[in-house]
Ligand binder design. Structure first.
Ligand code: UDP
Ligand code: MG
Length: 350
């Protein structure tokens, strides 16, 4: 098979209901693209039949390749893994649930041929999403705009096409708290947005519950801004200023001979208030320190358990790059001879 020009990267977590439809539509798009294509399916620790189904997809059509992570590492890491194993000149990130219509990729490819190095999808309409999700998303994007110097495009998700040059730049960023759309803004290059209608999830339910969304939002803000730290400091100044004012007022009242009723209520309010402020400040510090700790441990971003259809050169390259790539496990439980055994594992990632 020719070296692919296009690589579709699709993270998959428990998507057995959507995979058959995804196979059809992704294959159709690969047929229509103006060059050889591949699809890297990243199994992010699925507990249903997704992995077996993806292997079958690969047997039916060798353009489908599978990378299986050793557990659930999360959407952002799964995308990162897929991009590490993609070999195309243009790499497209896409969700498995068909909310990002695969056909839009054809338009993205056209813009890429015109010379754009990153083409990101801008959600024109968000079908089938709750008002809560839409409201929190729009609040989050406007807060993020205010807090960071980067102009991260609003309403752009991870659905995008990336040129090899931009991809290599992105791959050199190995931070653990990943907010991928922010990182893509950070790297620069010639970028453009492409408006598209975000469809409803084809089947199944969201794999992004509220706690994962909160984590993604926190990662977005904390990894691109130190504004929360500054806010904590300013808050401290304001509270300190208020206590000086209150102290002065108490002295003045005393000197003026006014009878001051000893106020239990006001005392308790101030105590709680200060306690709360201190905890907020400490928590903010903690968010940053936690991330420093995560980075200094220098663990790989994800671990690959097995891979199917990936060229040996790519597997080898990933196992030998220290700390910047996955370690590949030597085990191969599937018994399938065509599953590449990661013989290179273990040596380098410690
Ligand atoms: N996903 C993943 N790992 C996770 C969560 C999600 O690989 O921990 C995949 C999921 O299978 C889907 C994509 O990421 O292909 C986006 O997830 P989802 O559609 O559930 O998120 P939503 O569109 O509801 O925000
Ligand atoms: Mg979705």
């Amino acid at each position: 098979m020719d070296r692919p020009v296009y690589s579709l990267v699709i993270p998959v977590l428990d998507e057995e209901e959507t995979l058959p439809e995804l196979e059809k539509r992704a294959a159709h798009v690969m047929d229509r693209l103006d060059g050889p294509s591949e699809t890297i399916l990243v199994d992010d620790g699925s507990r249903d039949r997704s992995y077996e189904m993806m292997l079958e997809m690969g047997r039916r059509d060798p353009r489908f390749k599978v990378v299986r992570l050793s557990r659930n590492f999360g959407h952002q890491m799964a995308i990162t893994a897929g991009m590490d194993f993609a070999s195309g000149d243009a790499v497209i990130i896409m969700d498995a649930d068909l909310q990002d219509p695969p056909e839009t990729v054809l338009e993205m490819a056209k813009l890429w041929r015109e010379g754009y190095e990153v083409v990101y999808g801008v959600r024109e309409q968000r079908l089938g999403e709750t008002w809560f999700k839409r409201a929190t998303a729009s609040a989050f994007y406007s807060i993020l705009q205010k807090l960071t110097d980067l102009r991260i495009p609003a309403d752009a998700g991870d659905f995008r096409l990336v040129d090899r040059k931009a991809l290599d730049a992105f791959r050199s960023l190995r931070e653990h708290s990943r907010y991928i759309r922010g990182l893509f803004t950070w790297i620069g290059f010639k970028q453009t947005g492409l408006r598209y209608k975000r469809a409803e999830r084809f089947a199944g339910c969201t794999k992004y519950p509220l706690n994962k969304m909160v984590k993604l939002a926190t990662d977005g803000i904390v990894s691109f801004s130190v504004a929360p730290l500054r806010m904590a400091l300013n808050c401290g100044f304001v509270i300190a200023g208020m206590s000086i004012l209150a102290g002065t007022a108490a002295i003045v009242l005393k000197l003026a001979g006014r009878h001051v009723v000893p106020g239990w209520a006001s005392l308790i309010v101030v105590t709680f208030f200060l306690g709360g402020v201190q905890l907020i400040v400490l928590g903010t510090l903690g968010e940053y320190i936690g991330r420093i700790y995560e980075e200094v441990r220098g663990r790989p971003l994800y671990i690959v358990r097995e891979a199917y259809g990936i060229g040996p050169d790519l597997l080898e390259a990933h196992a030998t790059v220290r700390n910047s790539a996955p370690s590949v496990s030597p085990r191969n439980d599937s018994g399938d001879p065509s599953v590449h055994r990661g013989e290179h594992s273990g040596q380098d990632n410690e």
